[in-house]
Design a protein around this ligand. Structure first.
Ligand code: UD1
Ligand code: MG
Length: 456
């Protein structure tokens, strides 16, 4: 563990014109978290003490996200977008902290891990003045090329400024660059804008440092971890890589995924040991599944906690605020929202349970609906423990069903039901002897009479 102090500067002011979006580029999601959020997560787990983020003018939602994820972060606004070196200089006040290491990262390179940031810092600790994270790719188009000579990094050439031979180089710049704190500010301030885009390129720091006799090295990372996002296609490709990473992590942690490539995770999905996830399951954000639970095929979960040993699905939908106790069961075509189920409680078929609590060991029959909304306000349904709600019941909230109560099938329940009581909220059944037969005879006679009339 290094004792060197670190300042990280995340550049996130770019609009990402090629995304063709109203949203700032770094606010597009991977695994339900904006791109820049992934970078911030990696930095916090890498132990970066100070994190500065450079945003563009009028990006309040980006600033809010940064402070939400890293309350101690500082945000700086780059007023005009004049390039990556210009963006890094927007965070100039933070450079006055005089950290040992200054790591500059891009908000559009979301899959970088804390280990890799650590490797860049290790190169600085070993005496490099600049350490650039590079990667080998078969498709270098659009990336800055790392030009090396006898193991030294001599320059980074942007696609537009590269000669034909330089374009053949497949060793590319990830955008992640470490600077020794002693030289960071003066190097950034020496960068000019004499290039094809008339921008201040961060990458020019490499040639300037070499001219000053400083030590510049390249650290090699993996392509999946370092690829940047400039287009929607690259966003989709990064999402696919991220999903692969999450699937492997889940299996390594002791979960069974029956068809891993059909299970989609969010950045914060937490699965306990011996959880089984069947085919075609989607985890939205904020889901935890405790040990031994089974999520059956075609289920969609979001903002939900699933208790140990529970079974969810097939075809279940758990919406935010769902908390399922141990050994509970939510079956096919059941939607649960903002509702708790006690241990061993069940809703096995075709129900909507919203703004409700269901006590332990209670059984919710097929087709039960909690009517939680009157068009203006939401109301709660409270169902006690060991109660039984018969099929096709409508529970009009606010309403309470006591412990051990029984609701007869097909009831519309508008008044609370006491503990151990049995409620019938439906018309009493009556049957008329022979009435069906008589009705058939009458109808047939009427039909025959009509047929005779048309004939004559
Ligand atoms: C950049 C690198 C390139 C590298 C590639 C890796 C430079 C000059 N080029 O190119 O060598 O291979 O990333 O993905 O550094 N940004 C600002 N303000 C600006 C310009 C950019 O904050 O004025 C931010 C963007 O939000 C983005 C990042 O910096 O997060 C990189 O900018 P981008 O325009 O995507 O650069 P690339 O063309 O991808
Ligand atoms: Mg980019």
């Amino acid at each position: 563990m290094t004792t060197r102090t670190c300042l990280s500067i995340v550049l996130a002011a770019g609009l990402g014109t090629r995304m063709k979006s109203e949203l700032p580029k770094v606010m597009h999601d991977i695994g339900g978290l904006p791109l820049v959020g992934h970078v911030l997560k990696a930095l916090t787990s890498a132990g970066s003490e100070r994190i500065s983020v450079v945003t563009g003018p009028e990006m309040p939602e980006l600033e809010a996200l940064v402070f939400d994820l890293v309350p101690s972060a500082r945000c700086y606004v780059q007023k005009e977008r004049l390039g990556t070196a210009h963006a890094a200089l927007a965070a100039k006040p933070s450079l006055k902290f005089e950290a040992d290491d200054v790591v500059v990262l891009f908000g559009d390179t979301p899959l970088v891990t804390s280990e890799t940031v650590g490797r860049v810092r290790a190169a600085l600790a070993e005496g490099a003045d600049i350490a650039v994270l590079g990667f080998e790719t078969t498709n270098p188009f659009g990336y800055g090329r790392l030009l090396t000579e006898e193991g030294r990094l001599v320059a980074i050439r942007e696609e537009r400024d590269a000669s034909e031979t330089e374009r053949l180089v497949t060793f590319c710049n990830s955008g992640i660059m470490g600077f020794s704190g002693a030289h960071a500010l003066s190097l950034l301030e020496s960068i000019g804008n004499n290039n094809a885009k008339n921008e201040y390129y961060l990458t020019d720091a490499v040639e300037i440092a070499n001219a000053q006799g400083l030590k510049v090295v390249a650290v090699t990372g993996s392509e999946t971890e370092t690829k940047g996002i400039n287009t929607r296609a690259q966003l989709a490709s990064c999402e696919a890589d991220f999903q692969e990473r999450m699937r492997s992590a889940a299996m390594d942690a002791g979960c069974t995924l029956l068809a891993p490539h059909t299970v989609f995770f969010s950045h914060d999905t937490e699965l306990g040991t011996d959880v089984t996830v069947e085919q075609n399951v989607v985890f939205g954000t904020g889901v935890t599944v405790a040990a031994g639970a089974r999520v059956r095929a075609f289920s969609h979960l979001e903002g939900a906690q699933v208790g140990a040993g529970s079974v969810v699905g097939p075809y279940a939908r758990l919406r935010p605020g769902t908390v399922l106790g141990a050994e509970s069961k939510i079956g096919n075509f059941v939607e649960v929202k903002n509702a708790t189920f006690g241990a061993g409680a069940k809703a096995n078929h075709l129900s909507y349970i919203g703004d409700a609590s269901v006590g332990s060991k209670s059984n919710i029959g097929a087709g039960t609906i909690t009517c939680n909304y009157d068009g203006y306000l939401k109301h709660r349904t409270e169902i006690g423990a060991s109660s039984f709600v018969g099929s096709n019941s409508t529970l009009v909230a606010p309403v309470q069903i006591g412990n051990g109560a029984f609701v007869a099938a097909g009831s519309v329940i508008t008044d609370s039901v006491d503990r151990d009581a049995m409620a019938f909220g439906r018309a009493r059944q009556t049957a008329k002897e022979g009435r069906a037969k008589k009705l058939r005879e009458d109808l047939q006679a009427a039909k025959d009479a009509k047929a005779r009339e048309t004939k004559s």
